[in-house]
Design a protein around this ligand. Structure first.
Ligand SMILES: N[C@@H](CCC(=O)N[C@@H](CS)C(=O)NCC(=O)O)C(=O)O
Length: 213
């Protein structure tokens, strides 16, 4: 595999799914070029973009003539292609599968309940917010975060002593959950302890910590 990749990421930097990929790239110390696309930047509804990603969603990775969409798959690919055995995506089957399940879990379980909370409180003007619906979604999100909190009760990172791309996927969503205000959230002390540990990482500071929009 080429040791000097020519990577392009399509996607706006305030998208949680783009943020995960940018964080992963930084952890792997990989150079890349990012092109704004999605929401106010448009482009993702254009034929050229849809030819790369028929979902019309961001992010999309372009690596030479190879094109890949789905943020978690992009993170896995970057680790496998350019991570040179990086511990952020362990190779042993059990350890790798344990990381993978959190990537699946964020998409299948967490994102559906995070989305209404984030959109309601960050991307909807106060006068248009349905606080009853937002709190219902927040209750469901709080229940989902309990699973993470319990896992973290006996682990430094989500899968043990090693920071992995599972911490990236969860950390990008945790920044939103812990960052929104105006809802009742259950106390999750292990989650907060873990968050305090990942938040100083330079890639988190650069890509995840900036104000939500
Ligand atoms: N499962 C996909 C979801 C992609 C997705 O829904 N991206 C959102 C942003 S987080 C999007 O493209 N929204 C439309 C837009 O930005 O115009 C992934 O993880 O890549």
């Amino acid at each position: 595999m080429d040791s000097k990749p020519q990577l392009t990421i399509w996607g706006r930097a305030n998208s949680v799914n783009v943020q995960k990929v940018l964080w992963c790239l930084a952890e792997l110390d990989l150079p890349y070029h990012r092109i704004d696309a999605g929401m106010q930047f448009g482009k993702n509804d254009q034929a050229d973009y849809l030819a790369m990603n028929p979902n019309g969603r961001v992010p999309t990775l372009v690596d030479g003539d190879y094109v890949l969409w789905e943020s978690n798959s992009v993170m896995r690919y970057l680790c496998m292609a350019y991570g040179q055995g990086s511990p952020i995506y362990p190779q042993a089957p059990k350890a790798r599968a344990a990381v993978d399940r959190w990537l699946d879990w964020t998409l299948s379980t967490l994102q559906p309940v995070d989305r209404p909370v984030f959109w309601g409180l960050v991307r909807t003007p106060p006068e248009k917010r349905d606080m009853v619906q937002i709190q219902q979604a927040a209750d469901a999100a709080g229940a989902a975060w309990r699973v993470v909190d319990e896992q973290l009760a006996s682990r430094r990172f989500i899968e043990g002593d090693q920071f992995t791309i599972a911490d990236i996927a969860l950390g990008a969503f945790a920044r939103r959950w812990l960052g929104v205000e105006g809802i009742i959230k259950p106390k999750r002390p292990n989650l907060e302890r873990w968050f305090g540990e990942i938040a100083p990482r330079p890639a988190f500071v650069r890509f995840i910590a900036p104000p939500m929009s």
